[in-house]
Design a protein around this ligand. Sequence first.
Ligand code: FHN
Length: 596
Amino acid sequence: MKNKIAFCLAAASSLLCALPIHAQHLTLMSTAPRKPGDEARMKWFKEARFGMFIHWGIYSVPAGTWQGKDPSLSGEWIMNRAEIPVKDYKDFAKQFTASQYDPKAWADLAKEAGMKYVVITAKHHDGFALYDSAVSDWNAANASPAGRDLLMPLAEAVRANGLKFGLYYSQSQDWVHPGGAVCERKNGGPTAWDPAQKGDYDTYLSQIAVPQTREILTRYKPDIFWWDSPIDMTKERAKPFHDLLSLVPGIITNNRLVGQGLSEYRGDIMTPEQFIPPQGYPGQIFEVCMTMNRTWGYKKNDNHWKSAADLLQKLSDIASKGGNFLLNVGPTAEGVIPPESVERLKAMGQWMKVNGEAIYATEASPFPRRPPWGRITRKTEGEKTLLYLHVWDWPKDGKILLPTLKEEPVRGYLLKNRQAIQAKSTPEGIWVLLPDKATDPIISLAVLEFNGPLTITQQPDFSPGANGQIELDAYAADLYGGYDGTIQVEGTGESAHLAHWSNARWGVKYVINTLTAQKWEISAELIAPKTVQLLVKSGNQENEFSVPATGDENSWKTQVLGNIELPAGRSSLELKGVPEGWAPVQLSRVTLKPIK
Ligand code: FHN
C-alpha cells in the first residue's frame, strides 16, 4: 500500500510540474531571507555575471530523434516525451563514448567567452550520473564506454582557469531508478510509462538521490549546487538534502530544492528560465538560464541558434537589471560542443575582452526605465559613481539622453579607446554627445564618471506626449517569453521591431504613467500573416481584439484594435496572443489616443 500511495503522491504532485509553467513558477520563487555573512559569500557570484551551463548525458545519443520522430522540444526530455522504455533508453548508454571529451578545451572555451563559472549536470532526470557513483551503476564509469568519472577532470580544468565549478542535480525526477518522480508528459499524464519505473518515492530519495548528493558534495566540493524540478518536496523530504550543504561551507544554491508553498530551503538564487524578467528582481539575486538554440541537451536538428549579437544584448540586458546570465551548451555523446555554440561563445568573448568591465561587478541601472538606445549598468568605486552606457543603437544625431539625472559627470569617455566625450545638463536630464562612429557593431560602451551618488528624480514611464498620445515603440517594450525562447527585437532605431513572436504565450509589456483615469483608443503598427486575436491587459482589465491579416509579409499596417481603459498613475499594458489560430505577428509600435 505504501508503495502505491507514495507512487501516486509522486505522480499526483507531478501535476504541479507541467514543464513550461513549472519552469516559470519555479524560477520566480523568492529566495531565502538573507543571513549575516551572505553578502561575503555571494560576492563572487554577483560580480561574475556570466556563466556556462552544460547539459550532457545519455540523451546526447538519440540527440532529439527516436524512431524517426522528434518528440521533445528539448533533447534531454526525449525519454519522457517519447515514453521510451527504461531498457531501450539504457541501451543508448553503449554509444555514450565521450571519445572526444576534452575538459580543458571546455574550460578554456568558458574562459575565452568571458564566463566566470561553469555548472554541469551531474545527474539529470534520466538518472544517469556523469561520475563513478558508488550509489548506482547507472553512470558514465560503469554503464558506458566513457568508462570514467567525467566530472573531476572538468572541475580541475575549470578551477585551474580561475573559474568556479558548479553541479546541477535533479533531486526528485528520475525516469530510470524505481520510485523516481516523473514529471508531466506530452499527454499530460504525470504517471510513469514503464513498470520498471514503479517504486517508492521516499525509498528512491533515501537510497539514490540523498546518497548521490552527499557523494558529489563530498567529492567535488562544488561552489554552486543547482537543484532542479522539485516534485512533492515536503519539508521532511527536502531537509536531508539541505543539511548536506553544510559539507561545503560557503556553497551557493538556487531556489529549486523545494517547490511552491514551502518557505524553507529556498536557497540563494532566483532562476528565471528562458526569459529575462522585464524589471529584474530588485533586492533579489537572480540568474537567467537560457539555451543558445532551443534545447538544453544536444539535438542534432535544432538549428534555431540565437545570434552572438542577440546573446550579447541579452547579457547586457540581464546585467542592467542586476542579474547573471547562465548560458547553456549541449555537447554530443562524443563530448563535442557544437561548433555553432563555440562560434558564438568566442564572439562573445571578443566583446567581453574590450567591454567586460561594464558587466563584471556592476549593479543594476539606477534608472527604473530602460533607455531607447540600449542599457545602463553602474559601479561605485569609493566616492565615485561610474555609469556604463551600453549603446545598442548608435544615435544618428550623435546624442543620447539620461533622463531626469541631475548631476553632471566629471568625465566621460568611450570605453574602447578612452576618447573623451561631452555631456550637458539640461532640464530633461543629461545629454551625452557621441562621435559619429560607433566603436562596436553590436554594443558600444560609453562611460560617465560622477563624484558621489546620483540623484534621479521620477523616471518618465511611458506617458502622454505633447499631442496627448502615448507612443509605445516595440523595442522599448519589456519582453517575456516561454520555455522555447522569447520574442526578439530585430533592427535598430526607426526600423526596430519585434519578431519571432511565434508563441502566443509570449508577450510585450509597458509600464505607463498617466495623470487621469480614462479611455484610450489602442492601435498597433504590425504585420499579421493571418487574422489573429490579440489579448490586451490594461490595468486590471483584459480585452481580446481581432487583428485582420495585413496582406503581404512586408507591408506594415496600423490597425485600430479598439478601446481600453487605464487607471491614473502607474499601470501596465500587456499584449499577448490568443493561442488558437495564432501566427507570428511582427510589431513595430503601439499607440494610445485619448478618448475625450
Ligand atoms: O526539466 C529541466 C530541463 O530539462 C532543464 O534542465 C532546465 C534547465 O534549467 N530545468 C528544467 C526545466 O525547468
